[in-house]
Design a protein around this ligand. Structure first.
Ligand code: PBG
Ligand code: ZN
Length: 335
C-alpha cells in the first residue's frame, strides 16, 4: 500500500480518542455522574449503650446502639447523603418475631432518635421477620417448617405499622411473601399513615451475596434456606412479574437486590417501569471489594467508583450501599 493511501485511511478513521485527551474533555462528555443524593446508607442498630462494634465480615460497618445515631445523622448530613435504611438486632427473639413490632423496639427507638436529630433525614426501615424470629426465617413456620404466607404477611403488617407510628418516612418490606405490599398499603391507609411510602424489595433473589449480612443482622436461617420465597437467580422475566405485582399493589419505589449480578434486571426494570428504581449493592458485594482492597489487590476509590457508576448506568436512580459515606467523601473532595 502507498504511504499516501494509508494516511488518507487514517484521516478518515473516526477518532474516538479526541475527546479523551484531557480531564476537562472527559468531564464534559461524561454520561453518568454519581452524587451523594443517589445513596441510601444501611445501618445495623443494636440494643445497649455505647456500642460501636465493627462487623468483622464488613470492615468499616458497625453495630451501633441508638445513642450513636445522632452523630451518624450529623455526619450523613455533612456528606449530603439523604437517607438511611435501618436494620434491628433485638434483645429477644421468638417463633413469630414479636420484638419486631414492639413500639419500644430497637428500630422504632432508632427512628425516633434519628428524626429527632435531623427531621430532614429520610428514614427507611427494613420490614422483615428474620432478624426477630428464633428460627431466622423471614416468615412464620407451620409444623413442617414451611414458611406460611398469609400468616407472615399479617405479622409484617404489624411491624410496618409500628415503624410508621415511630415516624419512618418509608417502610421497606424485604421478606418476599406474596401480597405484602398491598396488605401494608391498606393497613397504613386505614390507620392514617397515608403519607408513609413503601419501598418494595420487589425482585429479591436468593443470593449467596447476603452472607456477611447474616452475621451483621444475626439472621441466618437455623434450618433450610430462603429459596422457597426469594427468587431463583436464573430468572429475569419472573423478576419483571414480581415488580409489576408490587407496583400494582401500591409500591412507591421499587428495588432490585442484589445489584451486580442482576444489572440486566435493573436495565429492564428501568425501561419498563416509571417508579423510582433502587438497586441494593449488598453486603457480599461490599465485602468482596473490601477484602481485595485490604490485600492491596484493588485501588479502593477507583473500584468503588466504577462499581457504583455501573449500577447507576444500568438504570438505578438510587443505590443502597455500605460505600455511601466513603463515596460521598470522595465526591465532595475538591479536584
Ligand atoms: C432480610 C434481609 C437480607 C438483606 C436485607 N434484608 C438478608 C436475607 O434476605 O437473607 C441483605 C442485605 C445485604 O446482604 O446487604 N430479609
Ligand atoms: Zn428477612
Amino acid at each position: 500500500m502507498l504511504e499516501t493511501e494509508r494516511a488518507t485511511d487514517l484521516h478518515l478513521t473516526r477518532r474516538m480518542r479526541r475527546l479523551r485527551r484531557s480531564e476537562a474533555l472527559r468531564d464534559m462528555v461524561r454520561e453518568t455522574h454519581l452524587h451523594p443524593a443517589d445513596f441510601i446508607y444501611p445501618m445495623f442498630v443494636v440494643t445497649g449503650q455505647d456500642v460501636r462494634e465493627e462487623i468483622s465480615s464488613m470492615p468499616g460497618q458497625y453495630h451501633l446502639s441508638v445513642d450513636q445515631l445522632a452523630a451518624e445523622a450529623r455526619e450523613l448530613r455533612s456528606l449530603q447523603v439523604p437517607a438511611v435504611l435501618l436494620f434491628g438486632l433485638p434483645g429477644s427473639k421468638d417463633a413469630v418475631g414479636s420484638s419486631g413490632s414492639d413500639p419500644a423496639g430497637v428500630v422504632q427507638t432508632a427512628v425516633r432518635v434519628l428524626k429527632d436529630a435531623d427531621p430532614d433525614l429520610i428514614v427507611i426501615t427494613d420490614v422483615c421477620l428474620c432478624e426477630y424470629t428464633d428460627h431466622g426465617h423471614c416468615g412464620v413456620l407451620d409444623d413442617q417448617g414451611h414458611v406460611l404466607n398469609d400468616e407472615s404477611v399479617e405479622l409484617l403488617v404489624g411491624q410496618a405499622l409500628s415503624h410508621a407510628e415511630a415516624g419512618a418516612d418509608i417502610v421497606a418490606p424485604s421478606d418476599m411473601m406474596d401480597g405484602r405490599v398491598g396488605a401494608i398499603r391498606a393497613a397504613l391507609d386505614a390507620s392514617g399513615w397515608i403519607d408513609t411510602a413503601i419501598l418494595a424489595y420487589a425482585a429479591k433473589f436468593a443470593s449467596a451475596y447476603y452472607g456477611p449480612f447474616r452475621e451483621a443482622a444475626d439472621s441466618a436461617p437455623a434450618m433450610g434456606d430462603r429459596r422457597g420465597y426469594q427468587m431463583d437467580p436464573a430468572n429475569a422475566r419472573e423478576a419483571l412479574q414480581e415488580i409489576a405485582l408490587d407496583v400494582e399493589e401500591g409500591a412507591d419505589l421499587i428495588m432490585i437486590k442484589p445489584a451486580l449480578a442482576y444489572l440486566d434486571v435493573v436495565r429492564q426494570a428501568r425501561d419498563r417501569f416509571d417508579l423510582p428504581l433502587a438497586a441494593y449493592n449488598v453486603s457480599g458485594e461490599y465485602a468482596m471489594l473490601k477484602a481485595a482492597v485490604q490485600q492491596g489487590w484493588l485501588d479502593e476509590e477507583r473500584v468503588v467508583t466504577e462499581t457504583l457508576l455501573g449500577i447507576k448506568r444500568a438504570g438505578a436512580d438510587l443505590i443502597l450501599t455500605y460505600h455511601a459515606k466513603e463515596m460521598a467523601r470522595w465526591l465532595q473532595r475538591p479536584r
